[in-house]
Ligand binder design. Structure first.
Ligand code: SAM
Length: 442
């Protein structure tokens, strides 16, 4: 990999004696890491080395062909860069599990799925401004299956109008990507000092636009995957001074070998088995909280058809179901007013669990329900697919199960749901969403 000359001179100034080590690390293979979900035990990863700062993180010794593992498509784990999993420490040390959290720049969803897992009694708004990337975010959030996420696609200034709504805000900002050079050749070819400067300015504009959404006393987590101080430390100082926040420190183990200038924490490929990553936490200054009024939710008296659908969920009484012309959504009762208020103001791609969708003139179980951790599997007739059948199914083929009952069936792989088919006797319709299908030959 040919590194830009100016990058080399800036980094050797920044790192001094350590620069040759980073340069060497950038020419080595990138580590492979995954973060486990809790849908099912995965004994195949029992012996894999743990990521030191994240209990659910595992290093793999080689990169498998992830696309050919149905358990990935079922949301049993997420392929994620190890440094990013440090967000787990922030969660454990600073975010109560019943918080209302905004992940502003969320696609493809690595950090959103981690946050969603942590917020066992909370709510996450995972927002991504680019519509196409927001679709991928919604797919990954649905596969993870926590049910406590609203996926939205709005500009930071639009989200900023949700005044003082959030207890915590993550801005994993678009950046010059110096920490991704090993992974992404495009980041090297696009790099220039001017581009890093442009990114730093854009990050400040994003922060300025969204700032009002964080409540007084709320937590800001700011992160990038780049090394330079303009996009990292200098921006954090700017946020503290111009927007009004205090820098926080985290308890970190010496064994993790993090690098800090006193303002946030850096991961470097020569110090950790990780790509480059920077993260800093700040507390917004206290002040008067003026949140928008939340109207009490309609829909408490549900139609019978929706009542029936609640039985498709575990702990049906925890959920409130509402419908529009296309979909039925389930949101935890404690969050329904909040979810409705957000849904009225932002463009919402996914609202909690999508339980059912309208086909013809009937409600049928939605694909997202199959992947939800809250599905009551016993409410449905199931078929178990072996590996070749599961891959054919994920490829979009019409798979056949001998002796299976007719009607809509839940397709499972190793007892974990992957989607639905409609069995019509001698053949079946594959209901796996077109855009999610495996494209490669299986
Ligand atoms: N948090 C994600 C994860 O962990 O999977 C990665 C986010 S990535 C570093 C930054 C995201 O910011 C991209 O998805 C990008 O589309 C989005 N973005 C780009 N320009 C933006 C802008 N002006 N305002 C807000 N988000 C932007």
């Amino acid at each position: 990999m040919q590194l830009p000359e100016e990058f080399i001179s800036r980094m050797s100034l920044q790192l001094g004696d350590e620069w040759p080590e980073l340069q060497q690390a950038l020419s080595e293979e990138q580590p492979v890491s995954i973060r486990l979900n809790d849908k099912t035990p995965l004994p195949e990863f029992d012996d894999a080395e743990r990521v030191p700062w994240c209990d659910a993180g595992r290093y793999l010794n080689a990169r498998p062909r992830f696309t050919l593992d149905p358990l990935l498509h079922a949301g049993c784990y997420y392929v994620q860069e190890a440094g990013s999993m440090f967000l787990q420490q922030v969660c454990e040390q600073l975010i109560p599990t019943d918080s209302i959290v905004l992940d502003l720049c969320a696609a493809p969803g690595g950090k959103s799925t981690l946050l969603a897992q942590h917020l066992s009694n909370g709510l996450l708004v995972a927002n991504e401004v680019m519509r196409q990337r927001a679709q991928i975010l919604a797919e990954n959030v649905a596969k993870w299956g926590s049910g406590n996420v609203l996926v939205t696609s709005n500009r930071p200034a639009e989200v900023g109008q949700l005044r003082h709504l959030f207890d915590a805000l993550l801005v994993d900002a678009p950046c010059s990507g110096e920490g991704m050079f090993r992974k992404d050749a495009g980041a090297v070819s696009e790099w220039s000092v001017a581009n890093a400067q442009m990114c730093a300015e854009r990050q400040r504009a994003i922060m300025n636009d969204v700032w009002d959404a964080l409540r007084p006393g709320g937590l800001l987590i700011y992160s990038t995957c780049t090394f330079n101080p303009e996009e990292n430390e200098q921006n954090v100082h700017w946020i503290c001074e111009h927007l009004g926040a205090d820098l926080l420190t985290l308890q970190v183990s010496d064994a993790w070998n993090l690098y800090t200038t006193g303002t946030g924490y850096h991961f470097y490929p020569h110090r950790q088995r990780s790509e480059g990553f920077y993260i800093a936490c700040m507390r917004k200054h206290e002040g008067e909280r003026q949140t928008m009024r939340l109207k009490s939710s309609r829909g408490t008296s549900q139609r019978d058809s929706l009542h029936e659908m609640r039985q498709w969920l575990n702990q049906p009484d925890e959920w409130l179901l509402t419908s529009d012309a296309q979909y039925v959504h389930a949101v935890r009762r404690v969050h329904t007013d909040m979810a409705e208020a957000i849904g009225q103001r932002l463009y919402c791609l996914l609202r909690g669990i999508r339980v059912a969708e309208m086909r013809g003139r009937n409600w049928i179980p939605a694909h997202q329900l199959a992947l939800s951790k809250h599905i009551r599997q016993s409410a449905f007739r199931q078929v178990n697919a072996d590996l070749p059948t599961a891959l054919s199914y994920l490829h979009g083929e019409a798979v056949h199960f001998t002796d299976a009952p007719t009607g809509q069936l839940l397709v499972c792989y190793q007892n974990v749901p992957v989607g639905w088919i409609k069995n019509i006797g001698n053949r079946s319709n594959n209901l796996y969403p077109d855009q999610w299908r495996i494209r490669m030959n299986v």
